[in-house]
Ligand binder design. Structure first.
Ligand code: NAG
Ligand code: NAG
Ligand code: NAG
Length: 338
C-alpha cells in the first residue's frame, strides 16, 4: 500500500530543521533549509557514523523565504506531481528534545497535532521524523508509542479531511542494535506497521574528531576534507595529519566543485569504495560526485529499495547530483519539463 502510494510520483525530501527552541504547545514552525549557503555561513549538522557517534554541530536557523503556498504550487505543478516530505528534527534539535516529547502523552499529542497542521498548511504530502538519536531502550519503546499515535492521528485526519493520508517516514541509523553505549533497538514492529518507509543514515565514518586516522568520507552533499601527511601519497586511506579546507574540514558539494576548479585539483573516482575524491597539494577531499551517485542509485535499484535518500538538496551544485540520481532512478523522463 505504502509503496503504491509513493511509486506513482517521485519523492522530494525537503529538509527542515527546527529552530533552536521547540515548543510543543505552540506550532513553532521550523525554517526551510533549501537555500544554498556557503560553508562560512553554514555549520552543517553532523549525523552518526554507522559505527561511531559523531559530534553534533549547531546549524543557524534561517528565515523561510517562501510564502505558505509556494511548496504546494511548485511541487504539485509537475506531472506526475512531485511529493514533498516535511522533515522534523536533525542534529540541531538536540538529543533530549524528542526524548522529552515522546515520553509524555500531552507532548506527543501537541507535537502530532502541530506536525499534521503544518504539513497541511504548506501542502506537504508527508512527514518525516529525524530524531538524532534515541539513546536507550526507554526512548525506543516511547518512540514506538509515538509512531502508533502519529499514524492514528494521520489516519483520522485523512478521513475527516477527505485528503490522502500524509505519508510517514523516519530517519534511522542502520543498525537495528546500536551498541556503542546503552544497547537499544529500533521498534521494528511499530515501524513496519505505522511508517511508510524509513531512511537509514550511514555516514561520518571519519571526521575532524578523529584526524589521526586516514583519509575517509562523510555523507552525500556534505563532505570531509583532510590534510595529507605526504602530498605524494593521496589514495584512499593515505595518512592524514589534520583537516583540510572548508569549515572545520566540512565542505558542501557546491564548494568542492568550486575548489576543484580553482585549484585544478586532481579528481578520482574509486570503484572499490564507490566514491570520489580530489586532491591538490596536501588538501584531500572525499565526496560523492556524479559517478558515485550514479553507481549508488544503480545499486539501490538492484536491491529493490524504495528510493535513495541523500542530505541535502540545497548543498548540491546546480542540481547536478540530484538530476543524476533522479534520472538513474526513474529514467530520463524524471526531468522532462511539464
Ligand atoms: C517513556 O518514557 C518515560 C519517561 O522517560 C519512562 O518512564 C517510561 O518508562 C517510558 N515508557 C516506556 C513504555 O518505555
Ligand atoms: C489540532 O488541534 C486543534 C485545536 O484543538 C484542532 O482544532 C485540530 O483539529 C487539531 N488538528 C489535528 C490534525 O489533530
Ligand atoms: C550553474 O547554472 C547557471 C545557470 O544555468 C550557470 O550560469 C552557471 O555557470 C552554472 N555553474 C556551474 C559551476 O556550472
Amino acid at each position: 500500500m505504502a509503496w503504491q502510494r509513493i511509486s506513482t510520483s517521485f519523492l522530494v525530501i525537503a529538509v527542515i530543521v527546527l529552530a533552536a527552541d521547540v515548543s510543543f504547545s505552540t506550532a513553532s514552525f521550523p525554517s526551510l533549509l533549501t537555500r544554498k549557503s556557503g560553508p562560512t555561513s553554514t555549520t552543517p549538522r553532523s549525523k552518526p557514523a554507522c559505527t561511531s557517534p559523531s559530534p553534533s554541530q549547531p546549524l543557524a536557523p534561517s528565515p523561510s523565504p517562501y510564502a505558505d503556498d509556494v511548496i504546494k504550487a511548485t511541487l504539485h505543478a509537475k506531472k506526475p506531481p512531485a511529493q514533498a516530505m516535511l522533515s522534523i528534527g536533525g542534529a540541531n534539535s538536540g538529543p533530549g528534545t524528542f526524548s522529552n516529547m515522546v515520553s509524555d502523552g500531552d507532548n506527543r499529542a501537541a507535537f502530532i497535532n502541530s506536525t499534521i497542521t503544518t504539513a497541511r498548511k504548506y501542502g506537504f504530502d508527508g512527514l518525516d521524523f529525524d530524531w538524532e538519536f534515541p539513546s536507550n531502550p526507554s526512548d525506543m519503546s516511547n518512540l514506538s508509542i509515538f509512531f502508533e499515535e502519529w499514524w492514528k492521528a494521520v489516519d483520522s485526519e485523512a478521513s475527516d479531511s477527505g485528503k490522502p493520508p500524509l505519508l510517514l517516514s523516519a530517519a534511522v541509523y542502520f543498525a537495528s542494535r546500536f551498541f556503542i553505549d546503552t544497547p537499544r533497538a529500533y521498534p521494528v514492529e511499530a515501524i513496519a506497521k505505522y511508517l511508510d518507509f524509513v531512511n537509514p543514515m550511514c555516514f561520518d565514518y571519519h571526521g575532524s574528531w578523529d584526524t589521526s586516522v586516514t583519509a575517509g568520507y562523510g555523507d552525500a552533499t556534505l563532505w570531509k576534507s583532510w590534510k595529507l601527511k605526504d602530498p605524494k601519497n593521496h589514495g584512499i586511506g593515505a595518512p592524514a595529519d589534520g583537516i583540510g579546507p572548508g569549515n572545520n574540514g566540512i565542505l558542501l558539494y557546491s564548494d568542492i566543485v568550486a575548489y576543484n576548479d580553482e585549484h585544478h585539483a586532481s579528481v578520482v573516482y574509486d570503484g572499490e569504495t564507490v566514491s570520489e575524491y580530489s586532491y591538490s597539494g596536501t588538501d584531500w577531499i572525499g565526496y560523492d560526485g556524479p559517478t558515485s551517485v550514479e553507481k549508488k542509485v544503480e545499486y539501490a535499484k538492484t536491491k529493490d529499495l524504495g528510493g535513495y535518500f541523500f542530505w541535502a538538496l540545497g548543498y548540491d551544485m546546480n542540481w547536478t547530483l540530484s538530476a543524476i540520481g533522479s534520472i538513474k532512478y526513474m529514467g530520463r523522463n524524471a526531468l522532462e519539463p511539464t
